[in-house]
Ligand binder design. Structure first.
Ligand code: Q46
Ligand code: ZN
Length: 301
């Protein structure tokens, strides 16, 4: 690992990742040893690797897979689910599945086609739905924290995008851990300081079977372009990516637009589901799925 000037053999690397993860959990006060943890699993390397590490560290974890209905039957979502399910079964871990089409009446790509938000690209619909469903499931299940497998490459790319646009509200909220608020569960990203190649190496060396393919809708995403730019920077200056992210975390408390933090907005409640929302009336999730249902009903009548 050039950024740490640290060479490790496979056996030491497999110890190093959990040790470092535990260090990050404590450093950022993510959760305590007895927390009940819901891990958002996608079937990919990062989420299965974090689940593996937390389980090995002795944490009490359950997994949540959201089947988005991408590529229909036996397509990308179903194949991803099989990897996540197989991991859960092999480790005797409790595994929950939410089928979006069953729960809300349409798959993510179908919903994207029916709403303005989708504009024929499902990612906006998908992101909003996943955030909402994960939060709700974690709250209703009484979990203390929702853990995701975001790695340093993900976090640095988000930070880069938000910095290019000086998106103060998003910058203020970007953090390895978000404290719970009313109707919002605590969220933590214990892998946020690991490079993607480190989490991939961990999954590979540990023999975790995960879905190699990216979601077919990920191609041409802005985040992928930002990752490429940052990788170029990293190539010339090893550690640049990590430094970019860690310097931001250090600077953030003092420097980033505290007056624009979303905390200063008056709290509002969605009239339909009761979840927090920035505008009066229904939340973005309820409004979007209401439009989808109206469109489906209009087409069938
Ligand atoms: S799963 Fe969903 Fe991603 Fe696929 S549709 Fe886009 S947002 S690319 S993380
Ligand atoms: Zn709502």
């Amino acid at each position: 690992m050039r950024q740490h000037k640290l060479p490790l053999c496979a056996a030491d690397f497999l110890d190093w990742i959990p040790q470092q993860t535990q260090r990050f959990i404590q450093k950022y006060a993510m959760f305590d040893p007895h927390a009940s943890i819901l891990v958002a699993v996608s079937g990919g390397k990062d989420s299965l690797a974090i689940w593996d590490v937390l389980h090995r560290l002795g944490y009490q974890t359950e997994g949540l897979f959201i089947n988005l209905g991408i590529e229909g039957k036996d397509g990308y979502s179903d194949r991803s689910q099989r990897y996540a399910q197989a991991f859960a079964e092999a480790h005797h871990l409790k595994f929950h599945v939410i089928e979006i089409a069953e729960e809300y009446g349409a798959t993510i790509p179908e919903a994207a086609d029916l709403t303005h938000r989708g504009r024929k690209k499902p990612c906006a619909v998908c992101g909003l739905t996943k955030r909402y469903v994960m939060n709700r499931f974690a709250l209703e299940g009484g979990f203390d924290v929702l853990v995701t497998g975001h790695n340093l490459d993900d976090e640095a790319a988000v930070l880069f995008g938000n910095t290019l646009n000086w998106n103060a509200g998003y910058l203020a909220r970007q953090s390895p851990v978000l404290d719970p608020k009313e109707h919002l569960v605590r969220k933590a990203k214990p892998f946020c300081r690991f490079y993607e190649r480190e989490t991939a190496a961990y999954a590979f060396l540990r023999g975790i079977d995960y879905i190699y393919d990216e979601c077919p809708h990920a191609a041409n995403a802005k985040s992928i372009y930002y990752k490429e730019v940052l990788n170029q920077l990293e190539l010339d200056r090893p550690g640049a990516k990590l430094n970019f992210y860690l310097s931001f975390l250090r600077a953030k408390d003092d420097l980033v637009f505290p007056s624009l933090d979303a905390d200063n907005q008056p709290p509002q409640r969605c009239q339909q589901c009761g979840q927090p929302t920035t505008a009066p009336g229904n939340c973005a999730f309820c409004r979007m799925w209401e439009t989808v249902r109206t469109e489906i009903n209009g087409k069938s009548s």
